[in-house]
Design a protein. Structure first.
Length: 320
């Protein structure tokens, strides 16, 4: 309640408001309250999450972590798939004389109109689109790889004789094998101490250890030398494949003789240009020496195969 001093009556008198003034005052008060509440609400939503928003934000964080975890797993799956594709193109298809699958076929369907446009406009759009794209690519590559294996199986059935002849086992049994002394590629010559291309693999084993034919074929050549490969045997497997077994102590076959995979053709020695008892083993395809590591698929499990690769890739000195 308000009062004013009346100079005529020399008294304080109560101020009487008209109804219009009261309405205007009320409206002004309400408007001020609305503006004040709006500012408070705006600031609250800008800097503070509601309970529901907090729950949703936690869920979003968990989903992002889950997607990132799935991306890590997809990295592992892609690595395994790449290894399978490499073996398919560079081992299985070469063995069965089939053309490798081109990269354009393995990546068929990549490109063109963006199929993930519906995932745009979100905070984590890039993550969502990347994950969806990678998952689709892996699925497509797995399908193509599966069809490729179907084709390889058909080739195996059609080429049973080929499979019996091509090199497919180690020339020395694991129980007799001390270690892979040297692998395929550039190695240090044990005599001249210079880097020289090593055409095969050296298997270190005791003298007189049995050496096996790695595939069916005909003994193409038997040599007994005091230098070079020393006592060595060459088997012609047909289908453009030959294998050489060098530095033997004793030879158990003669030229022109037919052998089967697993037949004993000789025994480990250190004849010729050799610094210790071992077997020098070569795989020759179409006249060119190739890495024998790709031709042990018939008697090694994945763990043994990986271990053999690890040993053969060491940049050490050869024994011959």
């Amino acid at each position: 309640m308000k009062y004013y001093y009346n100079q005529h009556t020399l008294r304080y008198e109560k101020v009487e408001s008209t109804w219009k003034q009261r309405i205007l005052i009320s409206i002004g008060f309400i408007c001020a309250m609305i503006v004040f509440c709006s500012i408070i609400t705006f600031l609250a939503f800008q800097f503070f999450d509601s309970p529901k928003e907090k729950i949703m934000r936690r869920e979003i964080d968990k989903l992002v972590m889950h997607i990132e975890s799935q991306n890590y797993k997809m990295d592992l799956y892609q690595k395994v798939l790449t290894e399978l594709q490499d073996r398919d193109d560079n081992i299985y298809r070469i063995i069965f004389e089939a053309d490798p699958i081109s990269s354009s076929v393995r990546l068929a369907g990549v490109g063109g109109v963006d199929p993930y446009s519906d995932l745009e406009g979100y905070t984590n759009s890039d993550l969502l689109k990347s994950s969806a794209s990678r998952l689709e690519l892996i699925g497509r590559q797995l399908y193509i790889q599966s069809k490729s294996y179907d084709e390889i199986i058909a080739l195996v059935k059609d080429k049973e004789e080929l499979y019996a002849h091509i090199p497919a086992i180690q020339p020395i049994a694991n129980k007799d094998l001390k270690r892979v002394a040297s692998g395929f590629g550039y190695r240090i010559d044990p005599i001249y101490k210079t880097t020289k291309f090593h055409k095969g693999m050296d298997f270190s084993a005791p003298t007189r250890t049995e050496v096996y034919a790695t595939g069916a074929g005909i003994i193409a050549d038997v040599e007994t030398n005091k230098s070079g490969y020393g006592n060595n045997v060459i088997i012609d497997h047909g289908y453009n494949y030959k294998t050489r077994y060098a530095h033997l102590d004793k030879i158990n076959v003669s030229a022109g003789e037919k052998v089967k995979r697993g037949d004993i053709i000789g025994y480990v020695g250190s004849t010729g240009k050799s610094t210790a008892p071992h077997l020098h083993y070569e795989v020759i395809r179409s006249g060119e020496s190739v890495n024998p590591i790709n031709y042990y698929f018939n008697d090694l499990n994945s763990e043994q195969y990986d271990k053999l690769i690890e040993m053969s890739e060491q940049s050490n000195q050869s024994f011959d």
